[in-house]
Design a protein around this ligand. Structure first.
Ligand SMILES: CC(C)(COP(=O)(O)OP(=O)(O)OC[C@H]1O[C@@H](n2cnc3c(N)ncnc32)[C@H](O)[C@@H]1OP(=O)(O)O)[C@@H](O)C(=O)NCCC(=O)NCCS
Length: 214
């Protein structure tokens, strides 16, 4: 089992989610319905009721089993969003996926790239994972900026990959492997050393994503 650490860069912190975050989390999610809905994972079996306490418990169970690192993102000590490392596998795959959101009033302050860099460096250099992945809907321009800023490398188009906002949605997949960032993702970004074209999506995949699969 991996303990969930607290990690900071300046006024931005990621720390383990706690049961007592439920109220604040529920408030942020309710206040940001319009902001988040288009990007939120949904169930293919129909609408499900959201219960923050239940959701936090699920994340904590996943953390205890070693399969996830559930963080909240804080800005100057205030709960600003969530970053979740999920699907952690060890052994010869040694890989995981990152998801995230911040409330609208905290957008544009660099919280997410900082949080992603902190979490990725922890996974590479403390947990010993080898590959970190981020999947993003083609329409999500602000989120595509995160992988551009940090130099996650474009890997390909996944058709109808995740159920988001009520349907199966195409995603662009980006990843980094540990040997690409010997000094760490955060250091490389802050030092201005990110390769500029890593996250560029080829025109062919952009076109394919704009067409129906059938
Ligand atoms: C995508 C998201 C996580 C980015 O987080 P962030 O902490 O704002 O990241 P940044 O500060 O680096 O800003 C990224 C881009 O968002 C855009 N942006 C900035 N302020 C914004 C605002 N007030 N409203 C909308 N977009 C904004 C800009 O394009 C910015 O890029 P730039 O820095 O080159 O100008 C955030 O917009 C969000 O939570 N969106 C809703 C949920 C979501 O999309 N989750 C990700 C699913 S893959």
């Amino acid at each position: 089992m991996a303990a969930v650490p607290t990690l900071s860069e300046g006024v931005i912190t990621i720390r383990p989610i706690r049961a007592r975050d439920a109220k604040a989390l529920e408030r942020e999610l309710l206040d940001n319905r319009g902001w988040l809905r288009k990007w939120e994972a949904t169930s293919p079996h129909g609408p499900m009721e959201f219960d923050a306490r239940y959701s936090i418990r699920g994340l904590q169970v996943s953390a205890r089993s070693g399969h996830g690192l559930p963080f909240v993102i804080e800005y100057k000590g205030k709960l600003a969003g969530q970053l979740n490392v999920s699907g952690i596998t060890y052994g010869s795959l040694a890989s995981a996926t990152i998801g995230y959101w911040v409330s609208e009033r905290f957008a544009g302050k660099g919280l997410t790239p900082t949080a992603v860099a902190l979490a990725t460096d922890y996974c590479f250099f403390q947990l010993g994972l080898h590959r970190m992945e981020i999947c993003i809907r083609p329409e999500n321009v602000p989120s595509l900026r995160i992988v551009e800023k940090l130099g996650f490398r474009y890997e390909g188009l996944r058709r109808r990959y995740i159920h988001i906002d009520g349907d199966w949605r195409d995603h662009f997949c980006f990843a980094l492997v540990a040997e690409e960032v010997p000094t760490g993702v955060l250091r490389r970004w802050l030092d201005g050393g990110v390769p500029p074209a890593n996250a560029v999506v080829p025109q062919g995949d952009r076109l394919a994503a704009s067409r129906p699969i059938l």
